[in-house]
Ligand binder design. Structure first.
Ligand code: PMP
Length: 285
């Protein structure tokens, strides 16, 4: 038995969940998406994800032919239909069916796809031992080109950097912006700890405004840590006491080596571990 997939106006069997080869989501990566977690049957920060989806769509002039509340209801219905207690939702809105030309304005209605499935997490050892990463030579998209705050279906910028990591037997790479400042990882936000202060680049440095990032900043402040948004250089990462990444799938994961430099004691640091615990507590509360 396959999954039940939400396609536009209702649930269909996985085998029937198909889109046209003329959909511009496929032809041009023209569309937007969200990745969302389900913890104990509850959808984590759904409203924030829906808001970001509509903001991304608005930025590329893509109309979502549903109001936010309807999309929220459709998402709940998809989770329920698949009996997902702990899992992952992929919400996709494509530009819809067009011609082989670029013109998005002649595309028919955008397609709405909601997939609720189980989740493939990083193995537990990685949370114990931490990730090794490299600095990607591929820079993050220039904000005046395709702003990284738009969560679009075109992930080639990140994919090319991910290939650099995989070529080096690593799972993640740090991406810098056109000025050489840290932007983000290929699928996660970046934080560094220096002198006990938690620092993350501002989104203007070229990163997605991560929903996990926002939750972690809030939780850290509630637990009396100083958190600042400030540009980070490659050296700042090399000199950090701790580095960690945040994201919907990864939650909070420590980085213990970057470009062959050991970070801290070569194990995920105390702040990293504490924030992972706090986030899990919060997600399940
Ligand atoms: N940056 C990028 C490029 C991402 O794709 C993601 C989501 N996987 C993030 C950051 C983290 O964002 P969030 O916490 O909302 O998942």
């Amino acid at each position: 038995m396959g999954l039940k997939i939400w396609l536009n106006d209702g649930l269909v069997d996985e085998a029937e969940a198909k889109v046209s080869v003329f959909d511009h989501g496929l032809l041009y990566g023209d569309g937007v998406f969200e990745g969302i977690r389900v913890y104990d049957g509850k959808i984590f920060e759904l409203e924030a994800h829906i808001n970001r989806l509509y903001a991304s769509a608005g930025a590329i002039r893509l109309t979502i032919h549903k109001d936010k509340q309807t999309l929220i209801n459709n998402t709940h219905a998809t989770v329920k239909a698949n009996n997902i207690a702990d899992g992952y939702i992929r919400l996709v809105v494509t530009r819809g069916i067009g011609t082989l030309g670029l013109n998005p304005l002649i595309c028919k209605k955008g397609q709405i796809i909601i997939i609720a499935d189980t989740i493939q997490l990083y193995p537990p050892e990685l949370y114990e031992n931490g990730l090794k990463v490299i600095s990607a030579s591929t820079i993050r998209n220039h904000p005046l080109s395709l702003n990284p705050q738009i969560k679009s279906l075109n992930y080639l910028n990140n994919i090319i950097a991910k290939i650099e990591a995989l070529d080096n037997d690593m799972l993640e790479a740090i991406m810098y912006n056109h000025e050489g400042y840290v932007a983000e990882a290929t699928g996660d936000n970046v934080f560094a700890v220096r002198d006990g202060i938690i620092i993350t680049p501002p989104t203007s440095a070229g990163s997605l405004e991560g929903i996990t990032r926002r939750a972690v900043i809030k939780l850290a402040r509630e637990n009396s840590y100083e958190v600042i948004e400030q540009n980070l250089t490659r050296y700042d990462l090399y000199a950090a006491e701790e580095i960690f990444l945040t994201g919907t799938a990864a939650e909070v994961i420590g980085v213990v080596e970057i470009d062959g430099r050991r970070i801290g004691a070569g194990r995920p640091g105390a702040i990293t571990k504490e924030l992972l615990e706090k986030l899990e507590e919060y997600a399940r509360s």
